[in-house]
Design a protein around this ligand. Sequence first.
Ligand SMILES: [Fe+2]
Length: 174
Amino acid sequence: LKLELSARSNAVKLETLKELLIEEMRDLYSAESQILKALPKMVKAASEPELRNAFAEHLEQTKKHVERLETVFEGLGKKPKRKTCRAMEGIIEEGEEMMKQDAEPSVRDAALIAAAQRVEHYEIAGYGTVIAYAKLLQDGAVELLQQTLNEEKETDQKLTELAERLVNLEAAAL
Ligand SMILES: [Fe+2]
């Protein structure tokens, strides 16, 4: 307990919901930056052309997500700053371990979808949170953040659809 307390006292005290919003934005900014690096590897690793396209399209969207976060930081009067998202580091690391493993192409595609959906769900949770805070604070960021959230949800749904229509069926037929 002593250790916990001293660890806590070292951190900057969060005084307001706006400060918490900025902390959460920094986490997302780190997460998006990590995804930006990981997606080209996923494009290369995917065999199914539709899955490849889905990852390539999401790579382009992710570039916009990073820009939108930068715009929102500016609107809040803050310099865009990352706070290393260790959760995303873990999710991506697990995905990379999977990609290194020898696998049948359709099985690998199924594993790529599993990893990518974990990424999307983390982001959906994060953006849902910052949108809720921005709404309470009546901040103009809501609309931009909502656009990103919609794209994350659409990507998640597209991945489910691809898994159900193609990838998992191919893997199951081996
Ligand atoms: Fe994103």
